[in-house]
Design a protein around this ligand. Structure first.
Ligand code: MGD
Ligand code: MGD
Ligand code: SF4
Ligand code: MO
Length: 753
């Protein structure tokens, strides 16, 4: 067993090592001072990405790295459950023994129920997921679930089927003249380089528009702040299209040459007059006209989006489609200062690491939900790949075919359409981050085998049969490749070898794979060796790559105009143009033009509208609640409302309240902020690692868990990719007698769900 050893008095051996912070996906470049094998200091490395020491120093998580590295709550050895599930009784075992036992149990389950009985759960980009996908493809299960449907997938699907490939939005003080930040709040969710770019851009006097029901710190910087009713964004975007087309503010030559279905779009948006859109969204018609004119006439113009529009159920994909049409008809596509149509990576792409071609057809057909979903299926993916391949590009498959989570939880509980008996959770904490925590709790208790790969005993890990200790920030190399949808890679080496018995996720999947007959497909002994082969096409090995830690060649714009013989390259779509009218969606019998799906109406029982998860520094989803230095502020989970709403409810700032939806109830502390009235925003990810880990408490996960208020019921999801709703749920608020989100006795609260 190794440990970050105490400093010695004599024979000091001091080294400086390049490394990277891993406490969010910026992977900021750092220099570690290492004395006798122990990290004693960390400073930003201004020679490496993000090249700005002050941005790193301004990040609260950066300062918590050493606290994180050897925190007393870290899991340091493999653990096996000995008591009842959730009783928090464990024995230690070594890695080989843990892997042998897990492999044995998985083999038995596979034999009894087929490979589809194994599911995996992934979360945000906390770790490298291709080894998990590779294992699952070779094992034969299509049932990975994640949060892609409500984070990332919508824009990847929509931009690929509209433009032929994903895009990157750009903001540039020199070039961009109008920027719309739509349902995104970088003041809290970024607080780093992107937020600085937004601030610099607005200080330079460029036009900034923010579309958000809350007057966030980002919105406070805007020239125009539009506050739509949650979930009505596609109607707003259709209103902008209406004004731009009616007033002929679009780029006519670009539309003529490069857009498919413009006349149909014009007819389609005719009913979305500013007056009608005001009625739907609550935004004054004059503001809709003003913003539409700014966007169309001040070019280059850019639109960034965030979770505000990724998480609005059936309206999400439609909003993305409408945004894509806005970018297209104003020629703000593949244009510097507006957006870049990305390139396929020159290094080894995720699709070639995950080995989806090895998942047999009959197993693909077992993907839960594929009988109803039109896009987020293997058939949908293959149809899209036919198009992107025209330009020699292939998207990663596993994220775009991940199973709809609600169906996976249900198959664990009722074995329909077949039993899912085992789950490996990696880099995710579904009890806090997936919709309907009560259902998930029941599902996890139904399993024969639950394995958690984590750094801490999260509430989900507390229910596991085995917990495997993962190496984290500073202990493992990192490489971010945006899942292979762009020609950009960045990262760097570990500062030290993993402490105690911690290992990388890669080591788990390789170790398990070898035990399950996959040896030939795991040619690399270590994660570093796999990184060597990933960067090899760049003429580098991993060590060479780490010198700069960045591969980001100068991009080319206007690629559709490049000549291939006598023809222009165009776009990788059926028509070769940007598809305002989507031929692929039409073939799938889905609306080929962006539409608006009326949002759920409030009722007497639920007279307010709930949005969940507006980010706050320094937390990240359910992570970092263990770190004392970060828990100082904010200390309590908050539910935000406007002063008008509070007055109407007869409530005051700081009051303990219960928020209830048709799905459940949980507690928060009321906070009055500037935002649209009759809307409530609650924090998500709150639990209390300092509280009892055993059932029924599970670290206080029932106290203030936003996902007791949400549902991903398949029947209500978007029919294209299966998105559920985190923003726009009817709710009510009541005074919680003698309680606050934090101090309420967990036992009572456990009964609320
Ligand atoms: N209501 C509501 N729910 C939401 C959202 C919302 O806005 N509202 N947002 C959604 C979004 S966008 C996202 S991305 C998800 C995020 O949800 P998750 O990705 O589930 O995020 P966390 O809750 O932080 O859980 C991450 C877990 O991974 C562990 N971890 C960190 N590094 C590693 C590693 O290297 N290896 C392994 N194996 N584990 C590691 C952490 O300790 C932690 O327990 O939440 C979603 N859920
Ligand atoms: N500190 C911190 N940073 C994070 C994270 C974290 O947990 N904590 N999570 C990371 C992850 S996984 C992600 S995906 C990103 C997310 O980054 P963002 O998208 O910037 O995150 P949010 O705070 O969810 O911002 C969404 C905004 O949308 C608004 N909104 C809610 N409903 C609607 C709606 O119906 N319409 C519109 N137009 N707006 C709406 C909310 O008020 C909120 O201000 O942040 C990342 N960064
Ligand atoms: S947590 Fe802060 S320092 Fe660490 S990578 Fe993210 S922005 Fe950089
Ligand atoms: Mo996310």
């Amino acid at each position: 067993m190794t440990k970050n050893p105490p400093p010695r008095r004599t024979a000091i051996c001091r080294k400086f090592r390049r490394t990277n912070c891993r406490l969010c996906s910026y992977l900021c470049g750092l220099t570690a001072t290492i004395e006798n094998g122990r990290i004693i200091n960390l400073v930003p490395d201004p020679t490496r990405y993000p090249y700005d020491a002050s941005a790193v120093l301004g990040c609260r998580r950066f300062h918590s790295n050493l606290e994180f590295l050897d925190h007393p709550k870290r899991v340091n050895t493999p653990l096996k459950r000995v008591g009842r599930r959730g009783s928090d009784q464990w024995v230690r075992l070594d890695w080989d023994q843990a892997l042998d036992e897990i492999a044995d149990r998985l083999s038995g389950l596979k034999e009894q129920y087929g490979p589809e009985t194994l599911a995996t759960s992934i979360g945000g980009p906390h770790t490298t997921f291709w080894p998990l996908h590779r294992f699952m493809n070779l094992f034969g299960s299509p049932n990975n679930l994640g949060i892609g449907q409500i984070c990332w997938n919508p824009s990847i699907w929509v931009n690929s089927l509209t433009f032929g490939w994903p895009i990157e939005n750009e903001i540039d003080t020199e070039r961009t003249s109008c920027a719309i930040l739509w349902g995104v709040n970088p003041a809290e969710s970024d607080n780093s380089i992107f937020w600085r770019s937004v601030q610099n851009y607005s200080r330079a006097g460029r036009k900034l528009i923010v579309i958000d029901p809350r007057r966030t710190r980002t919105a406070a910087r805007a020239d125009h702040w539009l506050a739509p009713r949650p979930g009505t964004d596609s109607a707003l975007a259709l209103g902008f299209l209406h004004v731009i087309i009616r007033e002929e503010l679009y780029n006519a030559p670009f539309v003529e040459d490069w857009c498919h279905g413009f006349d149909l779009l014009g007819d389609h948006v005719a009913p979305y007059t500013p007056a009608h859109v005001e009625h739907v969204t609550g935004i004054p018609a004059a503001d809709i006209e003003t913003v539409a004119r700014c966007y169309a006439t001040l070019g280059p113009a850019t639109i960034f989006h965030g979770r505000g529009i990724d998480q609005i159920g059936p309206n999400s994909l439609q909003t993305h489609r409408a945004l894509a049409c806005l970018k297209a008809i104003t020629a703000n596509i593949d244009r510097q200062g507006a957006s870049l149509l990305s390139d396929m990576p020159e290094f080894v792409a995720e699709i070639d690491l995950e080995l989806t071609d090895r998942l047999p057809q009959q197993q693909r057909a077992k993907q839960l939900g594929s009988d109803r979903l039109q896009l987020q299926t293997y058939a949908g993916y293959e149809r899209l790949t036919e198009l992107t391949s025209r330009h020699g590009k292939r998207l990663p498959a596993r994220y775009l075919t991940s199973a709809q989570p609600n169906l996976v939880w249900r198959a664990m509980i009722d074995s329909k359409p077949y039993p899912i008996r085992s789950l490996v959770v990696s880099g995710s904490n579904p009890l806090l981050s997936q919709a309907d925590a009560g259902l998930i709790h029941q599902a996890l208790h139904s399993l024969d085998l639950l394995v958690a790969l984590d750094l801490f005993r999260s509430p989900t890990a507390m229910l596991a049969d085995y917990i495997l200790p993962m190496a984290g920030s500073l202990e493992r190399p990192v490489l971010q490749t945006n899942a292979g949808v762009a020609n950009i890679a960045y990262g760097g080496p570990a500062a030290i070898a993993p402490l105690y018995e911690r290992r990388c996720d890669f080591d788990f999947w390789r170790g398990l794979g070898i035990r399950m007959g996959q040896e030939a497909d795991w040619p690399w002994q270590t994660f570093e060796e796999s990184l060597d082969s990933i960067v090899a096409p760049l003429g580098l090995d991993w060590k060479g790559f780490c010198e700069t830690g960045l591969y980001s060649p100068e991009p080319a714009y206007r690629k559709h105009e490049q000549k291939t013989g006598n023809e222009c390259l165009g776009f990788a779509t059926s028509s070769g143009k940007i598809e305002l009218y989507s031929e692929l969606l039409s073939e799938l019998d889905s609306s080929p033009l962006p539409s608006y799906v009326p949002v759920a109406t409030r009722t007497d029982a639920f007279p307010l509208t709930l949005i969940t998860g507006g980010r706050k520094q320094p937390y990240w989803a359910s992570s970092f609640r263990q770190l004392e230095s970060l828990r100082k502020t904010p200390q309590v989970p908050q539910a935000e409302v406007s002063a008008e709403t509070a007055a109407a409810l007869g409530m005051s700032d700081g009051q303990a309240i219960t928020v209830a939806t048709p799905y459940g109830a949980t507690c928060f502390t009321l906070k009055i902020v500037g935002m649209l009235s009759w809307v409530v925003n609650v924090d998500y990810g709150w639990w209390y690692p300092e509280q009892d880990a055993a059932e029924p408490h599970l670290g206080g996960m029932w106290l203030s868990n936003a996902n007791l208020l949400t549902s991903a019921g398949f029947e209500d999801c978007d029919p294209l990719i299966g998105q559920w709703t985190y923003n726009g749920i009817p709710c009510r608020v009541e005074a919680a007698e003698n309680t606050s989100g934090k101090s309420q006795d967990n036992h009572d609260m456990a009964n609320i769900h």
